[in-house]
Design a protein around this ligand. Structure first.
Ligand SMILES: Nc1ncnc2c1ncn2[C@@H]1O[C@H](COP(=O)(O)OP(=O)(O)OP(=O)(O)O)[C@@H](O)[C@H]1O
Ligand SMILES: [Mg+2]
Length: 222
């Protein structure tokens, strides 16, 4: 069986003064291709810490992280940078579009950084998600929901095998949250493994599987 993400015995601690604070405590889980997994849990329980490790934004941990069948410990910084650009998409709570570029230019950025861009071009992505009318607009001229969707399309631009979303609906109303969740579902339908953190239990339940993080431990709740 395909395992896009395989986590085995993953732990992480921060040092505070003389104390070691265990933030992730011996986690095991996996995500397959096309699977949409959400994580819920209280503030400070370690959700973002986990996403940052899985997304290769942080590499201080013990245990094993395998992405696409490869052990991340075996890769050097340059190899990890390529993997982040080619194979991993990120969406955060606050959109991060560059204000001096149009929506389409923003979405094209990850492809420009890669010689071998993914299959779909930015305009095709905007069409597929029903957003072609905002292609030439600047971020300041579109709504918060549209910005978040544009940031998501940028994350999808290089057809990542793994899409990581940290509270992607945290800043949106119910309607726009629903739209973003539909988009994430579509992304998993296109074959990406999707890993989302959310505070919203209703949003979480839209995923195929739901995990709850409590004090650095994960339990399956759906
Ligand atoms: N750089 C750091 N140094 C020390 N402690 C940290 C650091 N980053 C995070 N922590 C601590 O690790 C714990 C987990 O933080 P994390 O950001 O993963 O929580 P979270 O579950 O994402 O919370 P939220 O829902 O509020 O986003 C918290 O207690 C936090 O204070
Ligand atoms: Mg967080």
């Amino acid at each position: 069986m395909d395992k896009t993400v395989e986590i085995c015995g993953l732990s992480k601690a921060y040092t505070q003064g003389h104390e070691q604070i265990l933030v992730l405590d011996d986690l095991d889980f996996h995500i397959s291709r096309g699977e949409f997994v959400s994580i819920v849990g209280p503030s400070g329980s370690g959700k973002s810490t986990l996403l940052n490790l899985v997304g290769l934004l942080d590499d201080a941990y013990s245990g094993e992280i395998r992405l696409f069948g490869r052990r991340m410990e075996d890769l050097d910084e340059a190899q990890k940078a390529v993997l982040r650009l080619k194979s991993i998409g990120f969406v955060f709570q606050f959109d991060s579009l560059l204000p001096e570029f149009t929506v389409l230019e923003n979405i094209e950025l990850p492809a420009r950084l890669l010689k071998n861009a993914g299959t779909a071009d930015g305009l095709e992505l905007l069409r597929r998600f029903g957003l072609e009318e905002i292609a030439q607009k600047f971020p300041m001229d579109i709504s918060g929901g549209e910005k978040q969707r544009a940031a998501m399309l940028r994350a999808l631009r290089n057809s990542p095998a793994l899409l990581i979303a940290d509270e992607p609906t945290g800043n949106l109303d119910r309607h726009n949250s629903g739209v973003i969740l539909d988009d994430l579902k579509s992304a998993s339908g296109l074959g990406a493994a999707v890993l989302m953190v959310t505070h919203n239990e209703e949003a979480a339940r839209r995923a195929d599987r739901v995990l709850r993080m409590t004090a650095g431990k994960l339990e399956i709740i759906k």
